[in-house]
Design a protein around this ligand. Structure first.
Ligand code: SF4
Length: 433
């Protein structure tokens, strides 16, 4: 086994990816070599997720798989799953290093300590501090970077474990965000994706909010693209929509969690809006930016969701000009309010409803892509396929394949969307500039 090699597996959200990238950077600066997770490494880190029971299962699977495949290697679990199950995982000695979500960069010191004195009492761990804000951003992808601006959440939606794992809402300062954005741009990266648990809830002691973050970022010289990523419907203000419509850097791409289209279910989920508010935001976006992409999260089969409630959700989404769905069957998470709710639905029922939502999503995406055919969009090319075509995304998040020389990777080109290849990809033709 080569010494000082580290394999990292990241599960879950964009925030986890930005934090893994930061850990990678610190380790590399200290002389460690990051190797693909499939290769042999001296230490393996699993940056875990706890959003669904399935995500938790995956974390345990990876740790046990590593122990079996590479018994001489050391393992570390960090992230939301270990944050929620810290004591249990320590008791079961599930890994050599066990840290929660909020002190995950501490994994670097723990690895150094473990490699220096391997015979010390294991697992190495420490209590999770859920109040500090730890900066993170990714630099390893050539074209885009996930920049963490906020962490934690105060909403405590009835189905969600994240506030328990990550703690209360807290934000970076705008000055630090700008400094980090400048570093990202100086590394030749063209697109920043703003990340956080609940980024619309961004607030600082000086009274600054998410709108102020956007205002400051569009002034960063050389920053060409800014994606907002997921934002709660009640926090997506008219001003944010108008700013997006009026600036070229903020891309017309929204990701808005709906979760249910039935007010009664929304109320029991403890969501902070009614469906009319959601519809109002979607229509305003489309009024100002007719070709904007709007992705929507929905949960199928929340406890007590009747057939009529589900139909209500389905029909509501069907009527809205959204672009596609992230639909998931409800996952019963211990420690949440919904865990103890009556009328838990069967797995079969949840999966069947989820399938209907996925089929609706397919339809919506087909319509969205078709509506955009023959129009010209700016595409940032990210990678090359095995058949030497380039792959990238339009400003409004349509996946495009085009025949172009590979020195166009990390370049933004004007592309005409010429033909639908499948429900996920459009063939693009470069337009002379
Ligand atoms: S807004 Fe609700 S669903 Fe989103 S992280 Fe907070 S508690 Fe979870």
């Amino acid at each position: 086994m080569s010494l000082n090699t580290i394999g990292i597996k990241t599960l879950g959200c964009k925030l986890n990816f930005s934090e893994s990238a930061t850990i990678e950077r610190i380790l590399t600066e200290k002389g460690y070599r990051i190797v693909p997770f499939e290769e042999e490494a001296e230490v393996y880190i699993i940056n875990s997720c706890a959003v669904t029971a399935e995500a938790e299962k995956k974390c345990r699977y990876y740790v046990r798989h590593i122990k079996k495949q590479h018994p001489a290697s050391k393992t570390a679990i960090i992230g939301c799953f270990s944050s929620l199950r810290l004591e249990e995982l320590i008791r079961e000695q599930e890994a050599d290093i066990i840290l929660g979500s909020n002190n995950k960069t501490e994994v670097v010191n723990k690895i150094e300590s473990l490699l220096k004195s391997p015979s010390q009492h294991l697992p190495l761990s420490q209590a999770d501090d859920k109040t500090a804000f730890v900066s993170a951003y990714s630099l390893h992808e050539r074209t885009r970077s996930f920049l963490k601006i906020q962490d934690g959440c105060d909403y405590f939606c009835a189905y969600c474990t994240v506030p328990y794992a990550r703690g209360h809402s807290r934000s970076n300062s705008i000055a630090t965000i700008i400094k980090e954005a400048k570093t990202i741009v100086a590394n030749g990266i063209k697109e920043i994706i703003l990340s956080g648990v609940n980024i619309g809830d961004f607030k600082t002691g000086e009274g600054e909010n998410f709108y102020n973050v956007l205002e400051a970022l569009i002034e960063v010289e050389g920053l060409q693209r800014l994606r907002i990523s997921s934002i709660e419907p009640n926090l997506l203000t008219k001003e944010i929509i108008e700013l997006t419509a009026s600036t070229k850097q903020i891309l017309p791409h929204f990701h808005i969690p709906l979760q249910s289209g039935c007010d009664d279910v929304l109320h029991r989920m403890k969501r902070r809006y009614k469906r009319d508010v959601f519809a109002e935001k979607v229509h305003y976006i489309k009024q100002l930016m007719p070709d904007a992409c709007i992705a929507v999260d929905v949960i199928a089969g929340f406890p007590g969701e009747s057939e009529a409630d589900f139909r209500d959700t389905y029909d509501f989404i069907h009527r809205l000009p959204i672009s596609y769905l992230h639909a998931f069957p409800y996952s019963r998470r211990p420690g949440t309010l919904a865990y103890d709710m009556p009328n838990q639905l069967s797995k079969v029922c949840k999966n069947e409803r989820n399938q209907q939502l996925l089929a609706l999503s397919h339809e919506k995406k087909h319509t969205f892509y078709t509506e955009n055919l023959h129009s010209i969009h700016k595409v940032l090319f990210e990678s090359e396929t095995s058949t030497r075509q380039l792959v990238g995304f339009t400003d409004n998040y349509i996946k495009v394949i085009a025949s172009l020389p590979n020195d166009n990777i990390n370049a933004i080109r004007n592309i005409q969307l010429s033909e639908l290849l499948d429900n996920d990809t459009v063939l693009g033709i470069a337009i002379n500039e």
